[in-house]
Design a protein around this ligand. Structure first.
Ligand code: LLP
Length: 425
């Protein structure tokens, strides 16, 4: 994480901005993203793909971070977007991502969403079932448009990641069975309003187990492309999905070069452009969640550090037993003696626990800590549970920083709520 450094005076600094300063000016909890890290990681991915001799486009999976300023930074690096809803499609366009860089994924796109995607004339729709393909055909034909559609194939490989985020096994809801894919592709070619454009897959997220699962999936895709070509069905590109894992703790994580090499080795001979839909690898390490210590209390069995962020902000520990580094922002604390602590939020559930037995210095009210690697699947997954306003988002860029999404107000929590007339009196 070259964008984060511990300075003797300023404590933990992101690029050139002390995080303590952001906490003081913006308050906590607050999400903070490094524009420099986003740019560097986007470039590293693109360089790995071109370095492997691939013609490739990168479509940021914005479900992991849909902040407008973050998307703007990535748009500036020439990234497209992988969207999964009309909402994401609209935000990506607002961030200046051209329609020609947008791919629409998802197992349950509604007719309205498909219509909107066709109006915008996006690059590609990844269809996940025959039923969806028929729906797209009917809508596109009715609009006098042609939808560029890729079929998402479920390659039935085990990505060996958390069960809640594995997607490429035959029992998962995603994609069409690889054994049915050729017939579905042929059917698609015969339907009005559709141009069959290629095939897609995505086998899961936070893949850290090496390249075996990727290779197995892509090798199956290569077979499929050859079979389609033999049947006279053109394939223009292959969407390789996302999923590249990052090191949250000290687990080894594969490099973009390894992924690019796996793509090259399995799909290279097809001589087709490839697409990648990375989310976490680009944005995860680029962001932190700042929280202040509300109090430290000694329980019967543990020392509890109660912070002002909670599971409604960062749900990953509660939802996936995920591990996030937690570091004090002050340089004094960084060298203080460490003892085990439970780091918890104020929400009324035992699951509102960020870490157990975490080695931390003694902390007092007002001390600020940073939850690391919170740039992906952080803010986007937050809720207002316990009527807690959504935390603000901040972008750091060199020696500058700006609030890029204001803290939600308490008034906003009441917005749109109304009491029916018979209760109002
Ligand atoms: N493409 C598709 C079709 C996807 O479903 C996903 C993620 C991606 C790309 C991006 O995957 P990535 O490169 O970020 O691994 N909330 C979970 C992760 C859910 C991932 C869902 N799909 C978490 O916090 O770990």
């Amino acid at each position: 994480r070259p964008h984060l450094a511990l300075h003797a005076m300023d404590g933990l600094v992101m690029e050139e901005v002390p995080l303590a300063r952001i906490a003081a000016e913006v308050g906590t909890p607050a999400w903070v993203y490094s524009a420099g890290a986003l740019r560097r990681r986007a470039r590293a991915l693109k360089a790995a793909l071109t370095g492997a001799g691939l013609t490739a486009t990168v479509h940021f999976a914005m479900k992991c971070n849909d902040n407008l300023a973050v998307l703007k930074v990535l748009a500036g690096e020439g990234l497209g977007a992988d969207v999964v809803s009309e909402g994401e499609l609209r935000i990506s366009r607002a961030a200046g991502i051209p329609a020609s860089g947008i791919v629409f994924s998802g197992v349950g796109k509604t007719a309205d969403e498909i219509r909107h995607a066709l109006e915008e004339d996006i690059f590609q729709i990844n269809a996940e079932s025959v039923e969806e393909i028929e729906m797209i055909s009917a809508i596109a034909a009715g609009m006098g448009r042609t939808a560029r559609v890729a079929i998402r194939v479920n390659p039935d490989v085990d990505a060996k990641t958390h069960a809640k985020i594995t997607t490429g096994k035959s029992e998962n809801k995603f994609g069409v069975a690889i054994s049915d894919a050729a017939a579905i592709y042929a059917r698609m070619a015969a339907l009005p309003g559709i141009e069959p454009i290629g095939i897609a897959t995505h086998i899961g997220s936070q893949i850290t187990s090496g390249m075996a699962a990727y290779r197995a999936a892509y090798a199956r895709l290569a077979e499929l492309v050859k079979a389609l070509r033999a049947d006279g069905l053109p394939v223009q590109r292959v969407d390789c999905g996302g999923g590249l894992g990052i090191s949250y703790r000290d687990e080894p994580a594969p490099s973009p070069e390894a992924l690019a090499g796996a793509i090259r080795a399995t799909l290279g001979e097809l001589d087709l452009p490839v697409m990648l839909e990375p989310g976490r690898w680009i944005a995860g390490p680029a962001g932190v969640l700042l929280a202040s210590v509300v109090l430290q209390k000694q329980g019967a069995a543990h020392r509890f550090v109660v912070v002002d962020a909670a599971m409604n902000d960062l749900v990953r520990p509660a939802m996936y037993e995920a591990w996030h580094g937690i570091v004090p922002v002050s340089s004094v604390q960084a060298v203080a003696p460490l003892t085990a602590a439970e780091v918890v939020g104020p929400v009324c559930e035992s699951g509102d626990t960020f870490a157990r037995g975490r080695m931390l210095p003694s902390l007092v009210t007002g001390d600020v800590v940073a939850f690391l690697d919170a740039g992906a699947y952080g803010a986007v997954m937050s809720s207002t549970y316990n009527a807690r306003p959504l935390a603000p988002e901040v972008l750091v860029d060199g020696d500058r920083f700006a609030v890029v999404r204001a803290r939600q107000t308490h008034d906003a929590l009441l917005h749109g709520q109304q009491v029916p007339p018979w209760l109002a009196a």
